[in-house]
Design a protein around this ligand. Sequence first.
Ligand SMILES: [Zn+2]
Length: 203
Amino acid sequence: MKKFLFCLLACIPAAADPSTWDTSRARPLGAWKPAIAEYSRRHYGEPQWQLQPKCIVLHYTAGREFPWNLVNSADFAGESPGLASHFVVDGARIYQLLPPEVRSRSAYGINHRAINIEMVGADAQDLMARGKGTMDTAAGLVADLMARYKIPLQEIYSHQQVALMDTDEVPWVLDRINPEPYHKIDPGVEPMRYILSRVRQHQ
Ligand SMILES: [Zn+2]
């Protein structure tokens, strides 16, 4: 029985400790804030960089290496700023590219309400094949952010759900320039199911 209890506790991923978040690849905020405020004005009618997180959106990076475009890009599709999520999770490592109180540009239609987390992986299969280390780390990070910002479990979404641009699926979705649905499958049904099951173990 003791052994069983030990295993049960040991198998639950620890909530992420912010002091271990790696900020060495963070976006310089001096340039980011005015650019994302302008993006936010255009797309959401809110000329501000400040974020009050209401939900968390999970992604895979669609690549096997660290996604430097989320750190270095100056624009995307001809529009400033570049792409950047709040966090990139790679194995046991958590990179914080932007503070959760600052808007990111990672999921069209939800950047005004979401904390965006990218997991390094080529696709759902690759993520599942990485020994679940990246997903366990992401689950710990999600649990920490849920507690910190009082975000309930039903406000954890996949990019795929956001891309439907359907307020029945994700109540916050909005875009003033193009409100149409778009195609995204990240991070995949299986990774999403696995991460949510791990997050539930923290509650
Ligand atoms: Zn995505």
